[in-house]
Design a protein. Structure first.
Length: 88
């Protein structure tokens, strides 16, 4: 469901922001069998459905201490951001 939601968001960004200032053009609307109000409704509906599922999934994740280290795990994380010296 998150993938579907992400694809709908991508469509929203492309159609609304990059191309047409918050509207589906009439020609594309006929071709895609949708309208701006339908697309917005579907995105909001899917967002509510996915949010409930994600909240349940996140609630089941175990809590892990920020200073947890797994012996033998060989992964390095590098940050190129300019954090202050006292940043955790």
């Amino acid at each position: 469901d998150w993938r579907a939601y992400s694809l709908l968001q991508l469509a929203l960004i492309w159609v609304f922001t990059l191309r047409n200032a918050n509207r589906v053009p009439s020609e594309a609307s006929r071709e895609w069998f949708t309208r701006s109000d339908h697309l917005i409704h579907e995105i909001r509906t899917l967002r509510r459905r996915v949010s409930k599922h994600r909240a349940r999934w996140v609630a089941q994740l175990p809590q892990v201490s920020p200073n947890f280290r797994q012996p033998g795990l060989r992964i390095g994380i590098v940050s190129v951001c300019a954090y202050p010296a006292d940043h955790p």
